[in-house]
Design a protein around this ligand. Structure first.
Ligand code: 4NP
Length: 164
C-alpha cells in the first residue's frame, strides 16, 4: 500500500475524511490514534482528519459523537477543518467514509499519483460487512454506536495491513 509513499522519514501519514469533520472522521482519527498509542508507535504515525465542507470549521466534534466516544473510552479533541489542496501531497493515505466522500475526493485530487492515495474506510473492515460508514448526523443513538463499531473494526484492519 505504500508504493505511493513519498516521505523518506518512515512516518505514515493518514488523513480521514467525511462530510462535516464533526462525527465520523474525527472518531476514526481518535480510534486510530488510540491503537497507535497503545502500540507505543506515536513516532511512526501522523493521523489527522478533515471535512469536505467548511460549515463546521473550528468546531469541536458533535456533542453526541463525543458522548458516545466517551462511553467507549475515547476522547475526541480534534476541531473541524476543511480538506486542503496540500493534504493530497502531504498525506500518504486519504480515507473516505462513503462513496460520496470518495467521489468528491477524486474530483479534488490534483493528479493520478494523489488519486491512488484515496481509499474507502470499510475496505479495511475484517469482521463487519459494510460498504460505507453511514452518516449519523440526522439519526439517533444507534447510528453513533454503529459508527464506532465499524470504525473500530476498520481501524484495526488498517493498522494490521500497515504492519503486515
Ligand atoms: P460527518 O457528519 O460527515 O460524519 O461529520 C455530518 C456532519 C455535519 C453535516 C453532515 C454530516 N452537516 O450537514 O452539517
Amino acid at each position: 500500500m505504500w508504493e505511493n509513499c513519498r516521505t523518506f522519514d518512515g512516518m505514515k501519514r493518514i488523513l480521514f475524511i467525511c462530510l462535516g469533520n464533526i462525527c465520523r472522521s474525527p472518531m476514526a482519527q481518535t480510534i486510530m490514534q488510540h491503537i497507535v498509542d497503545e502500540a507505543g508507535e506515536q513516532q511512526e504515525f501522523e493521523i489527522d482528519s478533515a471535512g469536505l465542507i467548511s460549515y463546521h470549521e473550528g468546531e469541536e466534534a458533535d456533542l453526541r459523537m463525543r458522548v458516545h466516544a466517551t462511553r467507549h473510552g475515547y476522547r475526541i479533541t480534534h476541531r473541524s477543518r476543511p480538506v486542503r489542496a496540500t493534504d493530497f501531497h502531504y498525506f500518504d493515505l486519504i480515507i473516505g467514509m462513503d462513496d460520496a466522500n470518495i467521489d468528491r475526493l477524486k474530483e479534488l485530487s490534483p493528479d493520478v499519483e494523489t488519486d491512488a492515495k484515496i481509499h474507502r474506510m470499510t475496505d479495511f473492515c475484517r469482521q463487519k460487512v459494510a460498504d460505507h460508514v453511514p452518516d449519523p448526523y440526522y439519526g439517533g443513538d444507534q447510528g453513533f454506536e454503529n459508527v464506532i463499531e465499524l470504525l473500530e473494526d476498520a481501524c484495526r484492519g488498517l493498522y494490521d495491513s500497515l504492519k503486515a
